[in-house]
Design a protein around this ligand. Structure first.
Ligand code: HEM
Length: 520
C-alpha cells in the first residue's frame, strides 16, 4: 500500500485522510498477525504409527516454542519453552486442569491423584503425600534390593541357557513386583510366574495406553464394552483387579483393627509397611472406591515409569561401555555385594547422574497434558479457555537452545558430582523428569532410589550386550516410551577380580536393618 499512500498523501485533505486510514489498517493487520500463533496443519494419519513426540520435535524446530497443531476441527497448543512450562505448571497452575488425561484415565483411575482436579485432588494429595515419608522410603530401599536379588535367579537361568532376554519385559516385571509390595503389600512375584491377576493388571495398563493414543474414543459409545472383544477383556480385567484390591483393603482394615499401633507422622508397620496401611490407619474417612482409585493410580504411576527409565538407561549404556565401567567402579567401591541402604544414595553420585541423563533423553512421560480453564497469555499469544495443551518434555530435554549436543548421552553434562541433583528448579524448568509445580510427582525419591538400586546391583553382577540378531530397538509411545519389539540383551556373569560373588541369602544376611516382612 505504500506507493498508493504516498500518491494519496499528496492530495490535500481527502487524500491524507485515506492514507492515514490505510496506514492504521496496515498497522493493525501486522499487529494481529504477530499475535496469531504459528499454526501447523496436518492430517492425523501423518502422525499415527510413529511415537507422537517425534513429529512434535520436527515441528518444534520449524514452528518454534509455541504453536498450534490442527487436524481438521481439533487443535492442540504445543509448548516447548521452559518459561511457558513454568507458567503452566507453577505460576498459573490454577488456570489448568488435566483435561484429556482425566477423560482417558477415568475408567481405571477414577478420581485418583493423577487425573483428579480441584478439591478432590487437593484432599487426596494432602492424604497420600505423607504416606511416602522418610522412614517409609528408607524401608522401601531394602525391599528394592530384595526384589532385585530375587530377579537374579531369572537372569542366572538366562545366562546358563545362552539365550537373550527382553530386558524391557524384565524391568516391567521387577517394577510391578516392587510397586505391588510398596503400595498394598501384595506379592505379584511376576518375575518368576504369571497368574490371572498379573495378566489383568497388564490388560488394564495396555488399555490405558491404547486409549491415550487412539484417534477416536470409540469406547464411550454405549454398548461397545459388551461388543468389542478388546473392551470386553478390559471389563473382565478391571473386575479381577478391583476384586483383588477390595480383598487387600478388607485385609488391611482388619489388620488395623487388630493391631495396637498408634498412628503418627511416620507411621510404619513391620508387618505391612505399605501406603495402603498408612492410609487406612490414618483414619481418613474415604469410600472404598476412592481408596481403590488411589491404589490403582499409584500402581500405574509407579510401575511403567520406573520400568521405562531402567529400560532406556540400560539401552543408553549398551552403546557407552565406558560409562558402564565408571558406574561399576563406583558400585564396587561403595557397595560391593551388599544391597544398598538409603545412606548409600549420597555416595552413588555418578550412577545417579547416569539415570538423570537417561531421563533427559527419554522422559517418562514424554508429553504432559493440560487444559486451559481460563484464557492465558504467552508473550503476545493468547490461549483461550478450553484449549488443550501439550508440554513437550521431549522437546525441552532435547532443545538445541538449552543443551550442548542435546542428542548425546553425556552423564557429566550436569556439572560436578558434588553439586545438586538436577531437577526442574536447578535447570529452570528446562528439565522436567518428574514434572514441576504443585502437581509434581510424589514418588520422585522413591523412583530414583528404585532405579538406582536395580541398576547398581545388576551392573555389579552382570554384563549386558545388545542381541544384534533381533530387530533394532525402536521407540513407540503409550503413557511412557516403549520399545517397538523389546530390548533383547545377552547376559553374562561379570568377572569380579579379587572378589567372589556372594549368594543372595548371604547378601541379605550382611545387609543392616533387614527388618521387614518381605522375603527374597
Ligand atoms: C506425577 C514422572 C514414579 C506417583 C508425575 C509426573 C511426572 C512423573 C512427570 C507429573 C505429571 C503431570 O504433571 O502431568 C515419574 C517418573 C517416575 C515416577 C519418571 C519413575 C522414574 C512414580 C512413583 C510413584 C508416582 C514410584 C508412586 C509411588 C505419582 C503421582 C503423580 C505423579 C501420584 C500425580 C501427582 C499429582 O498430580 O498431584 N510422575 N513418576 N510416580 N507421580 Fe510419578
Amino acid at each position: 500500500t505504500r506507493p498508493l499512500r504516498q500518491a494519496l498523501a499528496k492530495e490535500p485533505l481527502f487524500g491524507r485522510a485515506v492514507a492515514r486510514t490505510l496506514a492504521e489498517l496496515g498497522r493493525r493487520w501486522r499487529a494481529d498477525a504477530a499475535k496469531r500463533m504459528p499454526e501447523a496443519r496436518g492430517d492425523i494419519r501423518e502422525i499415527v504409527g510413529q511415537p507422537v513426540f517425534v513429529p512434535l520435535y520436527k515441528l518444534f524446530l520449524v514452528y518454534g516454542k509455541i504453536f498450534r497443531l490442527s487436524f481438521g476441527p481439533k487443535s492442540f497448543v504445543i509448548i516447548s519453552d521452559p518459561a511457558y512450562a513454568k507458567q503452566i505448571l507453577m505460576t498459573n497452575a490454577d488456570k489448568y486442569s488435566k483435561g484429556l488425561l482425566s477423560e482417558i484415565l477415568d475408567f481405571v483411575m477414577g478420581t485418583g491423584l493423577i487425573p483428579a482436579d480441584g478439591e478432590i485432588w487437593r484432599a487426596r494429595r494432602r492424604a497420600v503425600v505423607p504416606a511416602l515419608h522418610r522412614k517409609y522410603v528408607a524401608s522401601m530401599v531394602h525391599m528394592f534390593g530384595d526384589c532385585t536379588l530375587h530377579g537374579t535367579s531369572t537372569l542366572d537361568r538366562v545366562v546358563a541357557s545362552g539365550e537373550s532376554i527382553d530386558m524391557e519385559n524384565y524391568f516391567s516385571r521387577l517394577a510391578l513386583d516392587i510397586i505391588g509390595k510398596a503400595v498394598f503389600n501384595y506379592d505379584f512375584d511376576s518375575l518368576t510366574h504369571d497368574d490371572p491377576v498379573i495378566q489383568a493388571v497388564y490388560t488394564v495398563l495396555r488399555e490405558a495406553e491404547h486409549r491415550s493414543t487412539a484417534p477416536l474414543a470409540y469406547w464411550n459409545i454405549p454398548g461397545v464394552s459388551m461388543v468389542v472383544p478388546r473392551q470386553r477383556r478390559c471389563q473382565e480385567a478391571l473386575r479381577i483387579v478391583n476384586t483383588t484390591l477390595d480383598g487387600l483393603i478388607d485385609k488391611c482394615k482388619k489388620l488395623v483393627e487388630e493391631e495396637d499401633m498408634e498412628f503418627g507422622e511416620e507411621f510404619l508397620s513391620d508387618r505391612d509397611p505399605s501406603i495402603l496401611h498408612f492410609l487406612v490407619a490414618s483414619g481418613d474417612e474415604i469410600s472404598s472406591k476412592q481408596l481403590r482409585d488411589d491404589l490403582m493410580t499409584l500402581l500405574i504411576a509407579g510401575h511403567e515409569t520406573t520400568a521405562a527409565v531402567l529400560t532406556w538407561t540400560l539401552y543408553s549404556l549398551a552403546s557407552h561401555p565406558e560409562v558402564t565401567e565408571a558406574i561399576r567402579r563406583e558400585v564396587d567401591e561403595v557397595l560391593g555385594d551388599r544391597t544398598p541402604t538409603v545412606e548409600d544414595f549420597k555416595s552413588l553420585r555418578f550412577t545417579t547422574r547416569v539415570i538423570n541423563e537417561a531421563m533427559r533423553l527419554y522422559p517418562q512421560p514424554p508429553v504432559l497434558i493440560r487444559r486451559a480453564l481460563q484464557d492465558d497469555k504467552f508473550d503476545q499469544y493468547v490461549v483461550p479457555a478450553g484449549s488443550d495443551l501439550f508440554i513437550s518434555v521431549w522437546n525441552l530435554h532435547r532443545s538445541p537452545s538449552l543443551w550442548d549436543e542435546p542428542e548425546r548421552f553425556n552423564p557429566e553434562r550436569f556439572g560436578p558430582l558434588d553439586g545438586p541433583i538436577p531437577n526442574e528448579i536447578t535447570e529452570n524448568f528446562g528439565y522436567l523428569p518428574f514434572g514441576g509445580g504443585r502437581r509434581k510427582c510424589i514418588g520422585d525419591q522413591f523412583a530414583l532410589f528404585e532405579a538406582l538400586v536395580a541398576l547398581a546391583m545388576l551392573l555389579r553382577r552382570y554384563d549386558f550386550v545388545l542381541d544384534t540378531s533381533k530387530p533394532p530397538v525402536g521407540m513407540t509411545t503409550g503413557a511412557t516410551i516403549h520399545t517397538t519389539a523389546g530390548l533383547h540383551m545377552r547376559v553374562k556373569k561379570r568377572d569380579l577380580p579379587g572378589s567372589h560373588r556372594q549368594s543372595a541369602a548371604a547378601v541379605v544376611a550382611a545387609t543392616p536393618a533387614y527388618a521387614f516382612a518381605y522375603s527374597p
